[in-house]
Design a protein around this ligand. Structure first.
Ligand code: PLP
Length: 422
């Protein structure tokens, strides 16, 4: 093999959850035919109404005179014009904004957008400084761990915990006494609702982060891959926040289009220009077929409607099954705490003073036919030792209702055993 550059090395690392996914795929393969409840996946389920929506939009596109323009021609790097127009009109009406076409950039999936942001705004400056990508609240989306072209460019902050002992619930809060955003910061990123925890930062918390970044001209990317108006996977009220240094980022992946790779950045035109230039160099533009069907579904309101009427209740019902099953089978005297389920497609369980590591618990659960993701993969950029990192697991809601109930029953029994053995 030819020797790799430093960047080649950095990009070849299997970061975060991808390392564990390899083990999960091997486990699934080895158990072929046997019943395994897989609660590890981040891949959304195919919801019939959502599939139908995309099928209808595809048929409309096929029948229109636009078809050739969409698939037989290159477009602009900024994105397919009718999609940009549809987003501008939708957001201006919905949130009472004054966006123009210059405030929107379409990328091939939102992961790409964070890659551009991390390396466009953070990293090595011309004066030799290493600017950081700051994640204000850890745990966070594991995908942020792999977006930087240089090592040690992502810095995350340990949160405060609000614990409701009686209800076995908790919630992470940003620790503003520790959080450092200053001239050493290149950009700030956080997911809202959060993957893996289901946390939704409050409006006040978002504003406080943005205010802290503003004097240093630091852009703040709010990753709304699970937020409103699509896929609207928020189970509590959530207002998107806009501001001069805030970039609101959407993804159509959890609205049924992960295969088409459509991400959207909405924000100040000068902030988006840097990302657009990056995109021109990297891939010219996102696929126009996905953009064209998205334009139709956003312009006629169908996507926002299916999001609140179908997608949200679909996953919210699964979260309810998960919490009620855990409450039924986990002993009330054990120190288990489920993160407040405020949105997203995952549940996050903290087992305080767990006698074994999260990785060992993952192995024990495999033995009873249940696969979850060990929590320690979700702390990208948090370098300090903190036992909490080894006391959590992420449970996906992308499974059948019975599978979730059975999985949670077995999980509860295993957890009880583990504490008893200690
Ligand atoms: N952000 C969060 C919080 C995610 O969970 C994901 C995918 O799971 C992404 C971004 C990337 O999504 P995509 O690139 O498909 O838009």
């Amino acid at each position: 093999n030819p020797p790799l550059s430093a960047i080649g090395q950095q990009m070849s690392h299997l970061s975060g959850v991808r390392a564990i996914m390899k083990d999960i795929i091997e486990t699934l393969h080895a158990h072929k035919g046997k019943e395994l409840i897989n609660l590890s996946a981040g891949n959304p389920l195919i919801v019939p109404e959502v599939e139908q929506l995309w099928r209808d939009c595809t048929q409309e596109l096929l029948a229109s005179s636009e078809y050739g323009q969409v698939v037989c021609r290159y477009g602009t790097s900024q994105g397919y014009e009718p999609l940009i127009e549809a987003i501008v009109a939708d957001f201006n009406r919905r949130y009472d904004l004054n966006l123009t076409e210059k405030n929107v950039l379409i990328t091939p999936g939102s992961q790409t957008l964070y890659f551009y942001a991390a390396n466009g705004y953070a990293g090595l400056t011309e004066s030799g400084e290493m600017k950081q990508v700051v994640l204000p609240l850890s745990p966070e989306y594991t995908g942020y761990g792999g977006i930087s072209l240089h090592p040690d460019m992502v810095t995350a902050y340990r949160p405060r915990l609000d614990i409701d002992v009686a209800r076995h619930r908790f919630k992470y809060r940003p620790d503003f006494e520790q959080l450092k955003i200053d001239q050493s910061t290149g950009c700030v990123i956080f997911s809202r609702p959060c993957n893996p925890t289901g946390n939704v930062l409050t409006d006040l918390e978002v504003r406080q982060i943005a205010d802290q970044a503003l004097p240093y001209g630091v852009p703040v990317f709010v990753d709304a891959a699970y937020g409103p108006p699509f896929p609207s996977l928020n189970f509590t009220e959530l207002n998107p926040i806009f501001g001069s240094n805030l970039v609101h980022c959407l993804s159509l992946s959890k609205a049924g289009l992960p295969g088409e790779r459509v991400g959207v950045a909405i924000g100040d035109a000068s902030l988006l220009r840097v990302l657009e230039a990056f995109q021109t160099n990297a891939c010219i533009h996102a696929s126009r077929y996905g953009q064209a069907i998205a334009a139709l579904a956003i312009a006629n309101g169908a996507l926002a409607q299916v999001s609140t009427e179908v997608i949200r209740p679909f996953y919210q019902a699964k979260f309810t099954i998960l919490e009620s099953t855990l409450a039924e089978y986990l002993s009330p005297e054990l120190p288990w705490f489920l993160h407040q389920g405020e949105g997203g497609i995952f549940a996050w369980l903290w087992l305080q003073d767990l006698p074994i590591s999260d990785w060992e618990l993952y192995q024990r659960l495999k033995q009873v036919g249940v696969i979850v993701v060990p929590g320690s993969s979700f702390f990208p950029g948090l370098r300090e030792d903190w036992p909490h990192k080894q006391e959590c697991i992420r449970i996906s809601l992308t499974a059948g209702d019975t599978e979730i109930a059975t999985g949670m029953k077995r999980l509860a029994q295993t957890i009880i055993q583990v504490y008893q053995e200690a």
